[in-house]
Design a protein around this ligand. Structure first.
Ligand SMILES: O=C(O)CCC(=O)C(=O)O
Ligand SMILES: [Fe+2]
Length: 338
């Protein structure tokens, strides 16, 4: 790839990085140096991440900070929850909660408006301290979590995972900032109350002829800055390249898939890609995944970075408040099953 500006003293015009190149595979990035005390090492990692963000919008991270036991706990919690009788799950129906917390039944969501509903079940939570409860003010997205009764340890296992994934997300923000040639602390004052939504997802297998309008999760882009996704060993996630071809995000043990969402696309005026993806579980067995969508605080304005706007790449998006934006996207996703 052509060398364009960068950390050698010349100003970086990020707008020049916007690319229409395509990809055939998703890069794997080792993030064990995320907290290195050597700025050169962090810079090298940021360059690798910038490449993935401008060309693909997806990458795997290996050697991350989340302990396997925490992941196993969350997976066991998910399996216990989704095995509950439907009536118990429906008592936590997401439509009854303030701001999209709780249970989504099969076909309850329709992520791609051209489809007929998504073939997955979900359970959504937002920020909550393990001890001391929910946060009082998330602006347009304020609302408490809801928890099932009669599943001992469920809340603890889910929150353990939530906080471990949020911590990883907090470590990723500075490296994204560096990748954008911003001060590493650029996002610090914009992520003081991590606006992170976590979901447990269950995908039944789809057998026989698959109606393209009813798949595990329809083609969509994510709403927040980035998503940290744990997936089990069952292949289903697919990422759309620039030629419209679906590339399998093959499960790689020990990794997370990280993908950019529309908030970061808006900050960067589409220099960083929020890439279309979907999940179709044709494996014949059940699949579980756990995305955590990490955005800026809900009161932050999503404004394009000056270095991402140029004469050739004028600002594409109107400035919006993060909370209003996430809420409007969620409202659209659940509108059909209201
Ligand atoms: O389950 C997956 O692999 C993808 C889930 C997803 O794209 C989402 O929840 O936004
Ligand atoms: Fe997604």
């Amino acid at each position: 790839m052509e060398e364009k500006g960068s950390s050698n003293g010349r100003p970086l015009i990020l707008a020049d990085y916007r690319t229409t190149s395509t990809f055939e595979e998703i890069p794997v990035i080792d993030v064990q140096d995320l907290m290195s005390s050597d700025p050169k090492v962090r810079r090298a990692l940021a360059d690798e991440i910038r490449d993935a963000c401008t060309n693909v919008g997806f990458f795997y991270v290996e050697n991350h900070t989340v302990q396997p036991s925490v992941i196993e706990g969350a997976l066991a919690a998910a399996k216990n929850f989704f095995s509950l009788p439907l009536s118990e799950k429906m008592s936590l129906d997401i439509h009854k909660s303030a701001n999209f917390k709780g249970y989504t039944a099969l076909l309850g969501e329709n992520t791609n408006p051209e489809n007929r509903g998504d073939l997955h079940e979900g359970f959504d939570i937002g920020w909550e301290k393990m001890f001391g409860g929910s946060r009082s003010d998330d602006g347009a997205m304020t609302g408490n979590n809801v928890w099932p009764e009669g599943l001992p340890g469920f809340r603890e296992s889910v929150l353990d995972y939530y906080h471990a994934a949020v911590l990883l997300g907090k470590l990723l923000f500075p490296i994204f900032a560096l990748a954008l040639d911003l001060p590493e602390n650029f996002f610090d004052d914009k992520t003081t109350n991590p606006a992170a939504i976590m979901r447990l997802l269950y995908y039944p297998p789809q057998t026989g002829v698959v109606d393209d309008r009813v798949v595990g999760i329809g083609a969509h882009t994510d709403y927040e800055c980035f998503t940290i996704l744990w997936q089990d060993g069952v292949q289903a996630l697919q990422v759309c390249n620039n030629e419209g071809k679906w590339i399998d995000a093959v499960p790689i043990p020990g990794t997370f898939v990280v993908n950019l969402g529309d908030q970061l696309a808006r900050w960067t005026n589409d220099v960083f890609k929020s890439t279309l993806h979907r999940a179709v579980n044709r494996s014949g067995v059940e699949r579980y995944s756990i995305p955590l969508f990490f955005g800026t605080d809900y009161n932050v304005k999503l404004e394009p970075l000056p270095s991402c706007v140029s004469e050739d790449n004028p600002a594409k998006y109107e400035v919006v408040c993060a909370g209003d934006y996430v809420k409007s996207r969620l409202e659209a996703t659940y509108a059909h099953s209201k």
